[in-house]
Design a protein around this ligand. Structure first.
Ligand code: CAA
Length: 261
């Protein structure tokens, strides 16, 4: 499928890479780009061969510099409601993908861009990455889930500081506070992402899916409920060929060949 503002590529079997591609506007998210993101995420979700999704921004300056300010300037409250709902729906869809989603933050990830990074399962950042929720500079609060996902990722006080001051966070601080899990040289970012993706793609696909699901759902469950979910998923794995293959291969001292069944 051809997109106007995105590239969806498959650099290796099972590995998809989605690039937000509006470099002239620093990859800012307008309604058309959000609609295309929804389509691309649905396409990855429907692809049973998908194992990992990488997300990055085109050009060397920005991941995504935010929601499109020119498109938002004259919005009515009703239009802003629909725009926020469209953005929220994209972030939810990304989070709900059964496969791991890794954000490769190559530059500015501000506002809606930081929110896109937060909706990824984790982030590998270039040394040039800059994160922030600068919406208060524009007279608005965040609108694509930033207040909620930021507090879950970095804690309440840090989230409050960032959303009320609009302060920008460079890569080293992002690593320290958990916005990024790794910081790498700019020209190695894609290779690092692909390397992580290849590692995941070689694992048991059902196990990866269930491990992601348990961690994600655990964020909104009590400990006992979360552990009960883990027990159910663990037990169900013993009804799969992948469990027999994974354990058999270990005991036979050979590499496993998972079938995803
Ligand atoms: N929306 C629309 N256009 C944007 C944009 C955005 N969020 N960010 C950058 N651009 C455009 C600029 O208008 C400029 O266009 P022209 O060349 O046509 O003038 C082009 O991208 C390049 O930007 P700059 O000249 O500003 O580049 P810079 O290197 O001087 O600065 C920057 C880079 C610090 C990222 C700066 O562009 C900036 O501050 N951008 C806005 C960041 C922001 O406020 N994001 C939050 C938006 S609100 C939001 O996201 C709400 C929400 O939660 C849903």
């Amino acid at each position: 499928m051809n997109y106007e503002n995105l590239l969806l590529e498959q650099p290796a079997p099972g590995i998809f890479c989605l690039t937000v591609n509006r470099p002239k506007a620093l990859n800012a998210l307008n309604a058309a780009t959000l609609a295309e993101l929804a389509q691309a995420i649905a396409a990855v979700s429907a692809n049973t061969a998908a194992r990992v999704l990488l997300i990055t921004g085109a050009g060397d300056k920005a991941f995504v510099a935010g929601a499109d300010i020119a498109a938002m300037r004259d919005m009515t409250e009703e239009q802003a409601l629909a725009f926020s709902q469209a953005g929220m729906s994209v972030m939810h869809a990304l989070e709900a993908l059964p496969v791991p989603v890794i954000g490769l933050v190559n530059g500015y990830a501000l506002g809606g861009g930081c929110e896109l990074a937060l909706a990824c399962d984790w982030v590998i950042a270039s040394e040039r990455a800059v994160f922030g929720q600068p919406e208060v500079n524009l007279g608005i609060p965040p609108g694509f889930g930033g207040t909620q996902r930021l507090l879950r990722r970095v804690g309440t006080a840090r989230a409050l500081e960032l959303v009320t001051t609009g302060r920008q966070v460079r890569a080293d601080e992002a690593l320290r506070i958990g916005l990024a899990t790794q910081v790498v040289a700019p020209d190695t970012l894609m290779e690092c992402g692909l390397s992580a993706a290849r590692t995941i793609a070689a694992k048991g696909p059902l196990a990866v899916r269930d491990a992601k699901r348990a961690v994600q759902q655990g964020q909104s469950l009590g400990l006992a409920e979360g552990c009960a979910l883990e027990t159910a998923l663990f037990a169900a794995a013993f009804g799969t060929s992948d469990q027999r293959e994974g354990m058999g291969a270990f005991l036979d001292k050979r590499a496993p060949q998972f079938s995803g069944r």
